[in-house]
Design a protein around this ligand. Structure first.
Ligand code: NAP
Length: 249
């Protein structure tokens, strides 16, 4: 893979899967814009890129809450001004607010949908016109296997990730004529802050259900995203690539 001259945006790149994606795209030569909701949130990611990809164009850190429309519009203006274009858009920012359905209130539902689904919609919208004009683009939305299977205690999160698949397939159809592909990478259980809080018993049960016998690493997801951004994936659109060690096959 050769991404020199390409410009990428990874939302939620301050840690975990987003950071690994940012590093992977930079390792192949892309100029990477990283976002967090906090000023300085991506400092460690920029350092990781500098260490792993010293010859890549200097990565940039930007602050934006993907759930806030004005902030997303400002983000797009900055990226397009500084980068001149956007080739790869990776909607990775995501949150969980788990709870059994009978105890889940509407605010808990809305906030997860606002970040995970509406956030991806807003970011796609902010860049779609520029990508369409350039007649090239790769959009990769980070979903979850839970969007395909559902999960007790995650009605809000599962709905947001299932919605992301519908959003992606619709955009894939609308923008195929402009050579923009839109795909979803659906991770299984990946070792990040998001899953660090799970108890030993839950982890043990999950591990038993993973045929490849290990939890995923953020880099496993990053390589799948990188593939979908590459020329090797130019004929793949509207798909959901499950990366879960076989857990949900
Ligand atoms: P993580 O370690 O909790 O990181 C989440 C990232 O999202 C952080 O960079 C965070 O940035 C950012 N973020 C959260 N809310 C945001 C908002 N409103 N606007 C912009 N950025 C926001 O999570 P992760 O495990 O790396 O997960 C990354 C993605 O993979 C998510 O979409 C998640 O649903 C998905 N996923 C993860 C797993 C897993 O097992 N870990 C499995 C399936 C899917 P700041 O806090 O710095 O603002």
């Amino acid at each position: 893979m050769q991404f020199s001259g390409k410009v990428a945006l990874v939302t939620g790149a301050s840690r975990g899967i987003g950071r690994a994606i940012a590093v992977e795209l930079a390792r192949h030569g892309a100029l990477v814009f990283c976002t967090s909701t906090k000023a300085g949130g991506c400092a460690d990611t920029l350092a990781a890129i500098a260490a792993a990809a010293p010859s890549a164009p200097a990565p940039q850190a930007l602050v934006a809450d993907v759930a806030a429309e004005a902030a997303v519009e400002a983000l797009a203006a900055q990226v397009l001004q500084q980068g001149g274009r956007l080739d790869f858009l990776v909607n990775n920012a995501g949150i969980t607010k788990d709870g059994l359905f009978l105890r889940m209130d509407a605010a808990q539902f809305d906030s997860v949908l606002a970040t995970n689904l509406r956030g991806a919609f807003l970011v796609c919208k902010a860049f779609a016109r520029a990508m369409a004009k350039a007649r090239f683009g790769r959009i990769v939305n980070v979903g979850s296997v839970v969007g395909l299977t559902g999960n007790a205690g995650q009605a809000n999160y599962a709905a947001s990730k299932a919605g992301l698949i519908g959003l992606s397939k619709s955009l894939a159809q609308e923008f195929a004529g402009r050579s923009i592909t839109v795909n979803v990478v659906a991770p299984g259980f990946i070792e990040t802050d998001m899953t660090a809080g799970l108890g030993a018993e839950v982890r043990e049960t999950m591990l038993k259900n993973i045929p490849l016998g290990r939890f995923g690493a953020a880099e496993d997801i990053a390589r799948a995203v990188s593939f979908l951004c590459s020329d090797a994936a130019s004929y793949i659109t509207g798909q959901t690539l499950v990366v879960d060690g076989g857990m949900t096959m």
